[in-house]
Ligand binder design. Structure first.
Ligand SMILES: Cc1cc2nc3c(=O)[nH]c(=O)nc-3n(C[C@H](O)[C@H](O)[C@H](O)COP(=O)(O)O)c2cc1C
Length: 189
């Protein structure tokens, strides 16, 4: 798959078939992910792969943050079912001390964001599907996976073979809303 086609055709996948994800597929995935760029090449990321159904179920249950979802009228994280049903869940963590902090911007979030896109695109290229799940109860998830206090959990990625045909994704802003020329706010002639 061509890289531009991969970027354009990737979609968030939230429902999965029961086809297993083998360890050699996970190995291929992480071989690509580890080549992502990071602050000073410090590679602050750490990933936990979870296949244990009981743990995946608990992760799924921790994917609701009331203060975030309730005001939006959500009764569950849209990825809740997928976190339990996917054959694997990848938990993406970061050690903030192994990344930069400048102008109040914590670059571990950037590092993980880039690695996340590598993960999602590589999964797509391997015929797998996933979704970045950013809403979850970090403090309750940490002890479940023996994650130390100084480590942040940034994203959860249910991973598996898509159950359904890929649908069209939600619409994107028009280019003239997001791209300026020469100066802020200036459109193209
Ligand atoms: C940082 C981040 C956090 C996200 N958190 C969630 C989430 O908690 N639950 C969910 O179902 N989708 C989540 N998403 C997926 C977005 O809703 C999705 O990427 C967006 O609607 C665009 O759809 P597409 O990925 O199919 O193009 C998240 C995406 C990002 C980048």
């Amino acid at each position: 798959m061509d890289i531009i086609e991969a970027i354009i055709t990737r979609r968030s996948i939230r429902r999965f078939s029961d086809r297993p994800v083998t360890d050699s597929i996970l190995q291929a995935l992480f071989e690509a992910v580890r080549m992502s760029p990071s602050w000073a090449n410090m590679q602050c990321w750490r990933f936990i792969t979870v296949k244990d159904p009981a743990i995946k179920e608990k992760i799924s249950e921790l994917s609701y943050v009331e203060a975030f979802f309730a005001p939006k009228g959500y009764k569950a994280n849209p990825a809740k079912k997928g976190l339990a049903e996917a054959p694997a869940v990848i938990v993406a963590c970061a050690d903030p001390a192994q990344s930069g902090e400048l102008r109040g911007q914590p670059y571990y979030m950037t590092d993980i964001g880039i690695a996340a896109q590598s993960l999602m695109l590589t999964a797509h290229g391997l015929g797998l599907g996933t979704v970045f799940v950013g809403v979850f109860e970090e403090e309750k998830l940490r002890p479940l996976l023996n994650i130390p206090e100084n480590i942040r959990i940034v994203g959860l990625f249910p991973l598996g073979y898509p159950r359904d045909e890929r649908k069209e994704g939600p619409p994107r802003k028009a280019l003239n809303e997001i791209v300026y020329h020469e100066k802020w706010g200036q459109g193209m002639e």
